[in-house]
Design a protein. Structure first.
Length: 370
């Protein structure tokens, strides 16, 4: 190559519901990042979810898998909606697209930050004295093992079997992700299990404890999952990084995100490597908002695009090591919130109500402005 300017390829899977309209705003922000940092990103769109069922007969067509494989990272919108709800469960967009995508690309490390922006503190359903100065929890969820994928699985008329399996290796690699993330944050990991009942939980606890020996600077605690569900609403500020298996992480990450009161604000990353965050080594990953496709408000310029924009920011940081671009997007969102601009889901007294496209272009403009 003549120029030393780096070029990156992003597979863009907008999907269904609010996916396309929030993705359009993320794309506008990406264009602003290109201008400000003199970078180029090649976007390769592909169908996924319900729209892929309509256009290609399958929620995850081979050509979409190929597009993802050729890309450096995947920016994902959301899938599903009433139109496809009558399909058999294993053909529905959520299951037939997301689970195979995770498995195909070995995306075992799911990072789900639950953050309360100081400007949005009043949106939390918890009392102000419980929230205090704010909340910043990171759920690290194992995403390609456990009861979601364990064999045997079967179903007859009167009996259904799912199997919870974890191997030492699977627990080790997700533990490293949690400890490395904690090092860059507040240095605490709470590992979640059900060791009082499940053999799986006993192994989980043993292996996490062994891995912790390599991170003497990180404080490790263990909690049974039922207690953790309770502690998250009683005193969420005791948590920094919450480390869980697949199903417990599914449940606790929804709970953690609800505590922030603004589902439309939360991004997530699913990675295929244990080395997390601004590394020189690019890491393949899939980045998506934590909230769903919200079909009830789709196409009405009502959705909050911030989760999608933050997912893009995580992509730039984790997959490409572009820390400055990440910071620029975060600062742009903060300044737009500081100026009082709000979509309906985060609206409060004294603020200014705007739509999806309006707040998106304000964030893009703030990225260009610096
Ligand atoms: C999630 C979703 C998925 C999961 C479903 C849609 C398969 O709830 O990403 O949390 O259970 O993992
Ligand atoms: Mn879930």
């Amino acid at each position: 190559m003549v120029s030393d300017m780096r070029s990156y390829t992003i597979a863009v899977l907008a999907g269904d519901g609010i996916g396309p309209e929030v993705m359009q705003q993320a794309d506008a922000v990406l264009a602003a990042v290109e201008d400000r940092f003199t970078l180029t990103f090649e976007r390769r769109p592909a169908d996924v979810g319900g729209i892929a069922i309509d256009n290609h007969g399958h929620a995850l067509p081979q050509q979409t898998i190929d597009t993802c494989r050729e890309a450096d990272a995947v920016l994902f919108g959301s899938v599903g909606g009433p139109r496809w709800e009558s399909l058999p469960p294993d053909q529905q967009p959520e299951r037939a697209a997301l689970l195979p995508l995770r498995k195909t690309f070995g995306l075992f490390a799911n990072l789900r930050p639950a953050i309360i922006f100081p400007q949005l503190r009043s949106a939390s359903p918890l009392k102000p004295e419980v929230i205090g100065e704010g909340l910043d929890v990171l759920v690290v969820r194992e995403l390609t093992g456990g009861i979601y994928f364990g064999e045997p699985k079967s179903r007859t008329a009167d009996r259904a079997v799912d199997t919870m399996v974890y191997t030492r290796r699977e627990i080790e690699r997700i533990s490293h992700v949690a400890f490395q993330a904690a090092r860059k944050r507040n240095g605490r990991v709470t590992s979640i299990d059900k060791a009082n009942v499940l053999a799986n939980g006993v192994l989980w606890r043993e292996v996490v404890t062994e891995v912790a020996a390599g991170y003497p600077d990180v404080e490790l605690g263990h909690m049974y999952v039922d207690n953790a569900a309770m502690q998250l609403v009683r005193n969420p500020r005791q948590f920094d990084v919450i480390l869980c298996g697949n199903m417990f992480g599914d449940i606790l990450s929804d709970e953690a995100s609800m505590i922030t009161g603004s589902l439309g604000m939360l991004p997530s990353a699913s990675l295929s490597s244990s080395s997390v965050g601004s590394t020189a080594q690019p890491v393949f990953g899939l980045y998506e908002p934590s909230g769903g496709s919200a079909p009830d408000i789709a196409g009405r310029d009502l959705a909050n695009p911030i989760a999608q924009i933050l997912s893009l920011a995580m992509l730039l940081q984790y997959s490409f090591g572009l820390d400055e671009a990440y910071e620029a997007i975060l600062n742009a969102i903060t300044s737009v919130l500081d100026d009082g601009w709000r979509t309906a889901d985060i609206m409060s007294d004294g603020c200014r109500l705007v739509g999806t496209a309006d707040i998106g272009s304000r964030i893009a403009a703030a990225v260009r402005d610096r």
